[in-house]
Design a protein around this ligand. Sequence first.
Ligand SMILES: [Zn+2]
Length: 314
Amino acid sequence: MYYIGIDLGGTNVHAGVVNEKGELLGQAEVSTPRGTEAVVEAIAQAGELSAQRAGISLRDVRSVGLASAGSIDPAEGMVLHAWNLGLDHVPLARMVSERMELPTLIENDANAAALGEFVAGAGRGYRSLAAVTLGTGVGCGAVLDGKLFTGFNYAGMEAGHMVIHRGGRSCTCGRRGCWEAYASATGLIRSVREAMAGHGDSALWHFAPTPEAVNGKTVFYAVETGDPTAREVLDGYLGDLACGIVNLINILQPEVLCIGGGISRQGEKLLAPLREVLDREEFTRDSPRRTRLCVARLRGEAGIIGAALVPEYR
Ligand SMILES: [Zn+2]
């Protein structure tokens, strides 16, 4: 039996056909149009093309799973708000289901990515996994005892909005001091810019001649030159990231915790200092059974594979 997974992004609609083992058999990508009807049509076309490339008929597809950013109501199959897609209170699952004549469901993209990693990436062969994606925000998802954990209202793993600095930076969610405001790529870039403003002599300026040129890699380059300002920014960032990871491990005790997103490509430069904090602070630090911290193994495909297989793991 086959499943179609669709990763609905602001730039591209990425579709793939997956079997029950999470193997990706065919993929297709089209650019994301504007407007609800056009988005539905693009999803259907990408899905059909991926089936064609996988060499299968849509009659052999059990269901379509959509992974979308923004505010989602999976119970109703609704996209409540996805500003980057121009969607506002759209019953997207029903519309795609009618167009493709297949059962269709929708899941938030961080949960779909976590499920994809569980089935076919860093969590393969384990019973539980937490996935943290460092991007514009901090996306989190968890699979516990083989089931996708969503909470009763499907918003159960919004761990990016746990407060790590009470009264700290204001967050898009309305609180202050959320983990995401510090540990996301956006949070890191903000910290680099603040440090540059106070240190005109920092090597950070060499790697980013203007504040607008700062990206998630700037501080990692500048640290290599021995620049003390960059070191201070990176240590602060790693401390904030580690704080949330220790919290997550203490609460969930997953067998694996994987970190994805652009910053995770730093590999051991990121993981080694995090492990030092875990060895010091994790509640189970003396236990023979400890959470394995690693980098996510899949990239764009995690969302497709996870979205496709949501019906099997809900
Ligand atoms: Zn928040």
